[in-house]
Design a protein around this ligand. Structure first.
Ligand code: ADP
Ligand code: MG
Length: 273
């Protein structure tokens, strides 16, 4: 085939937005004629590559839109270090079935045990599976809801926050909420109920949520909706950060870990969606 003919096909492919295939066409044609593949095999290979490239682009776009604080995978999570987590349950979540059913996930445990790591890893899986995802800290979320409420555009904001199939809310419980914040959070949970999944990480056990929301009634109403269809993972182990410090010789094994008194400062600066 003349190089002019190939260039013409490449131009047509670009017009059809088959960008990756257009780039690879000369090489693909060369390989196909060397390996003497059939027309149908050649076409299958070409379309397969284009589909894979499209999928990759969609995942990358969803990942950017999700605004993760960092990227960590399930593969890099050391389950042996944290035996209170059943890998089977996390593997089930990684299939994304909970997203299709709009079920919720609660990751509870003390600081450093991998809650945010797992939340991000599951979020990245959700993006790869094609689900729209958003990551926000609890502090960032409440600030953004309160601003919207004060500026009379709460409805608009709630509509936006219902759109992602997975909403990850990191670090509930580090800061107690004011009455308005708790109320706005309740409204969000009600809106998303049975429509889209919420994944929450918290350093507080569920029994402590009354204090976090400053009101037992509202905490119960929130938990009622969150827990109706949900997976709860209670992480009971040691902080991974401390293990790393120990390895570096900064702590001795006999030095026990004691949780700081009162709420710890948030680990990631609040981000507005
Ligand atoms: P948490 O949100 O529970 O406070 P993080 O998820 O921020 O904890 O974990 C703290 C650090 O330790 C992160 O860098 C995280 O990647 C790492 N980490 C925690 N647990 C594990 C684990 N079991 N395997 C690998 N890395 C871990
Ligand atoms: Mg965290």
């Amino acid at each position: 085939m003349s190089s002019f003919a190939i260039e013409q096909i490449q131009e047509q492919m670009r017009q059809l937005k088959l960008v990756r295939t257009a780039e690879q066409l000369p090489l693909l044609l060369q390989d196909a004629s060397k390996a003497e593949v059939s027309y149908s095999e050649f076409l299958a290979e070409l379309l397969g590559r284009e589909l894979a490239a499209k999928q990759e682009r969609h995942t990358a776009m969803k990942t950017t839109m999700a605004r993760f604080p960092f990227q960590k995978s399930l593969e890099s999570f050391d389950f042996k270090f944290q035996p209170s987590i059943e890998p089977k349950i996390v593997r089930e979540l990684a299939t994304g079935r909970f997203l299709a059913d709009a079920d919720n996930v609660l990751l509870l445990g003390p600081p450093g045990v991998g809650k945010t790591h797992l939340a991000v890893a599951l979020g990245l899986r959700a993006c790869a599976l094609g689900f729209r995802t958003a990551f926000i800290t609890a502090a960032g979320l409440i600030a953004s809801l309160t601003r919207a409420h004060n500026e009379n555009r709460l409805e608009e904001k709630l509509k936006l926050l219902v759109q992602p199939k997975l909403l990850i809310i990191d670090e509930i419980g580090y800061l107690p909420l004011e009455r308005l914040g708790a109320n706005l959070f309740f409204q969000l949970v009600s809106r998303r109920y049975e429509r889209g999944s919420i994944l929450i990480t918290s350093n507080q056990s569920l029994a402590g949520w009354g204090q976090v929301f400053g009101d037992q009634v509202i905490a119960t109403a929130i938990l009622d909706r969150l827990l109706h269809h949900s997976t709860i993972i209670n992480i009971k182990g040691e902080s991974y950060r401390l293990k790393e410090k120990r390895k570096a010789g900064l702590l001795t094994r006999s030095e026990p870990y004691t949780a700081p008194e009162g709420p710890a400062p948030p680990e990631h600066p609040p981000t507005a969606p």
